[in-house]
Design a protein around this ligand. Structure first.
Ligand code: HSE
Length: 338
């Protein structure tokens, strides 16, 4: 049994951590919810009990004898406090981007590269990939084994939960304002997104880097290849859409071998945590309302390219807060204690 800390326990991902740890029956002796000073004293629910949130300090990990610390409070918090947790003897499972590309830190999707946990863990920190990367590599891995992928083009449709609780609240507020007889007006109040997100799509997530690529898009390029130990060429267009908590992705793969739709369905359906929903005759395909609150990556709309035998197109959907964050991290934790 382990003493477990949740850093960022009052955020959208932190709250999901509590639910997933409970559902997966994680062997917990003591759970310590941690957050910044302004959230101290708030209560969170775990296994039918109310637990008071404690202040995140460097010493708290030693004081509470923490064995495993799940971090989900932003990169700067991980940079400052993850070393304290490691120093106190805990393993850190970090949901931020801070350590992801560090060569001594494994970046893990347990369905794809579980062995990296033991091979690369030189710092006592295991990184959880970006949500859009996790659901993409879970669907790419079986197809890569079968057809040897050389290049991926992906367009994402990312839910507001990716921007945290405040992003979700901003969508609700704007929807309320719009339905409150302001349908013809622009919603001016916004804090999280660059533009109104209700009734809109925004082709911009995170900051722009060199060449017009966004940081979110470059995460998909770099993280995919670190996880898959590959040199797949990835081009991503990441888009924010007014969906609450499931990300969708339209993906095209360019392979070394000719592709086959039936075989693609088969290898995907046999892969852990993938569910294929793909029946055009019955209008059956994945959608956020199907994936939300589940731990599967749903794949459908699988079709061969009209011109090139080596190219396959498909669509996937997964719950960003679970598959893309808390569930993946908890599964890393379960592998680590195995
Ligand atoms: N960066 C992602 C998003 C969140 O903004 O949707 C991934 O955890």
């Amino acid at each position: 049994m382990y003493n477990v800390a949740i850093v960022g326990a009052t955020g959208a991902v932190g709250e999901e951590f509590l639910r997933v740890l409970e559902e997966y029956d994680f062997p917990i002796k003591k759970l310590v919810p941690l957050a910044s000073a302004r959230s101290v004293g708030k209560e969170v629910e775990f296994r039918g009990e109310s637990l008071k949130v404690k202040e995140l300090t460097c010493d708290v990990f030693k004081e509470e004898e923490i064995d495993i610390a799940f971090f989900s409070a932003g990169g700067s918090v991980s940079a400052k406090f993850a070393p304290c947790a490691v120093e106190a003897g805990a393993v850190v499972i970090d949901n931020t981007s801070h350590f992801r590309m560090d060569p001594d830190v494994p970046l893990v999707v347990p369905e794809v590269n579980p062995d990296d946990i033991a091979l690369w863990n030189k710092k006592g920190i295991i990184a959880n990939p970006n949500c859009s990367t996790i659901q993409m590599v879970i669907s790419l891995a079986p197809l890569h084994r079968e057809f040897n992928i050389k290049r991926v083009d992906v367009a994402t449709y990312q839910a507001v939960s990716g921007a945290g609780k405040k992003g979700m609240e901003e969508l609700f507020e704007q929807m309320r304002a719009i339905f409150n007889f302001k349908l013809d007006k622009k919603v001016e109040e916004r804090e999280v997104f660059q533009y109104q997100i209700a009734l809109n799509v925004i082709p911009h997530i995170d900051k722009f880097m060199d060449g017009g690529w966004s940081r979110e898009e470059l995460k998909m390029v770099n993280e995919t290849n670190k996880i898959m130990h590959s040199k797949i060429k990835v081009a991503a267009t990441c888009v924010r859409v007014p969906v609450l908590r499931s990300h969708s992705e339209a993906i095209s793969i360019y392979c070394e071998k000719p592709v086959n739709v039936e075989r693609a369905r088969e290898v995907l359906a046999n892969f852990q945590d993938v569910k294929v929903i793909d029946n055009p005759e019955k209008n059956e395909y994945p959608m956020p309302i199907i994936a939300t609150d589940t731990d599967y990556v749903y794949v459908g709309r699988i079709r061969k390219d009209l011109y090139d035998d080596n190219v396959l197109h498909f669509f996937n959907v997964a719950d960003q807060l679970r598959v893309g964050a808390a569930t993946n991290a908890v599964r890393i934790g379960l592998k680590w204690i195995e």
